[in-house]
Design a protein around this ligand. Structure first.
Ligand code: ZN
Length: 128
């Protein structure tokens, strides 16, 4: 894990310089005005090389490199709670669809509707 501190106006430029790096796997912009990089190094000398490269970026005010020595928990960031449904508006009446929406394939996109009534109106609409 690498955290980098730079002036807020320099952060994206610093990120740009690091994003092409194969060892940099993820780049996060933090609200604290820092960058957090998740990097994978296949050897200590590569960490040292990376530190040298960071040292050569003048916009970096300070940085911290720490190895992950243990993993307490690692899951995908997007979480889907069982029983939770994505709320979407009916594309005919605009009301939020509760339960399972009715779906109409329209070219390459799916149209979601709340009820058979809306489906009838949608399918019968002259301007579709
Ligand atoms: Zn509807």
């Amino acid at each position: 894990m690498v955290t980098i501190k730079a002036r807020p106006s320099d952060l994206s430029a610093v990120a740009e310089r690091l994003m092409d790096d194969d060892e940099v796997r993820q780049v996060f912009f933090l609200s604290s005005g820092r960058l957090m990089l998740v990097c994978t190094f296949n050897g200590t000398h590569l960490v040292n090389d990376f530190a040298v490269r960071l040292g050569n970026i003048p916009e970096i005010v300070e940085y911290d490199i720490a190895n992950v020595i243990g993993v307490g928990k690692e899951e995908d960031r997007a979480s889907v709670v069982p029983g939770l449904q994505v709320v979407m508006p009916c594309q005919q009446c605009g009301r939020q669809v509760r339960g399972h929406p009715l779906r109409v394939r329209e070219g390459s996109e799916d149209i979601y509707l709340c009820s058979p009534a809306c489906m009838n109106v949608y399918l019968g609409a002259p301007n579709r």
